[in-house]
Design a protein. Sequence first.
Length: 154
Amino acid sequence: MSSSRFGKQEVDIEIKAPAERFFEFITPKTHMLSNTSPDKVVSCELLEGDWGSHLLELYGNARAGKELLEAVDIERNSVTYRVIDGYLLQYYKSFKRSCEATTKGKGEEEGTRVHWTLEYEKLHDKVPEPHTKLQLILDLVKDFDVHPSSQEYL
């Protein structure tokens, strides 16, 4: 198996919301995605367990994906989801997305630095890098940060 099939992409984005508020949004309140980004996410449903543990996400272009909460660290405001079904598995043997939200340090403008990591294994060498998935994630974060109800999440 070619090592070019394994990939990792990372990106940082800064938001105004506190780290704890954003972390709560992406774990137990993931269902709010369709409210903050209705043009991108049709719905986000709990399949089993507690919110954030086993999700079905329906994207605006009729693509669906199921994700399982694989790891959560409340102290670090970090979470990892693993794709277990859906359109991404047509292209990738495995696909994980991880996020860590960190409050900016003293002397910096108030807010949070959100670090996203995508780790994946392509089914074959012709599968493209998941740039569109990464852009979707960034767009969802931006939508959350400017949504009027984002102040109500805590």
